[in-house]
Design a protein around this ligand. Sequence first.
Ligand SMILES: CC[C@@H](C(=O)O)C(=O)SCCNC(=O)CCNC(=O)[C@H](O)C(C)(C)COP(=O)(O)OP(=O)(O)OC[C@H]1O[C@@H](n2cnc3c(N)ncnc32)[C@H](O)[C@@H]1OP(=O)(O)O
Ligand SMILES: [Co+2]
Length: 134
Amino acid sequence: MIGRLNHVAIAVRDIAAATAVYRDTLGARVSQAVPLPEHGVTTVFVELPNTKIELLEPLGADSPIARFLEKAPDGGIHHLCYEVGDIRAARDRLVEAGARVLGDGEPKTGAHGKPVLFLHPKDFCGTLVELEEA
Ligand SMILES: CC[C@@H](C(=O)O)C(=O)SCCNC(=O)CCNC(=O)[C@H](O)C(C)(C)COP(=O)(O)OP(=O)(O)OC[C@H]1O[C@@H](n2cnc3c(N)ncnc32)[C@H](O)[C@@H]1OP(=O)(O)O
Ligand SMILES: [Co+2]
């Protein structure tokens, strides 16, 4: 069901500093910072030859990234995003298998303008999983 690894997301306190690390120290191509209030994050994408890194800074009082950083003040890997062909079919199959889909279960528009869903980390080896329709 899952296909390509679309991105690995890293939660950070200071997205400008993290962007500088990837751009200046690691020599990667980085995007502009984009605020996404519906998701409670500001994002920067680091383009790699085989996948992307999504840098996430908290945005707003209810940001899921703020809660994550309370437990991991230095930041860290927050989620993995896998591509699927049909996100609603994938959701229905996962729910039938007993997995918890987060939120109201309906896909939201993600950072790439495509439908996304999140799956509970306790059901996936301690890793928060994002699905993005390819
Ligand atoms: C930019 C848009 C989009 C894209 O297109 O790429 C994005 O990536 S947006 C990214 C941000 N959005 C989300 O994270 C949405 C989904 N997340 C959630 O619904 C919540 O963050 C959560 C995963 C349900 C956690 O909610 P929270 O209120 O923080 O609950 P707890 O703190 O009680 O956590 C419960 C339990 O789960 C562990 N946990 C929490 N977050 C993670 C994580 N990222 N990875 C692994 N484990 C995680 C947490 O430690 C708790 O465990 P215990 O302490 O053992 O109970
Ligand atoms: Co993501």
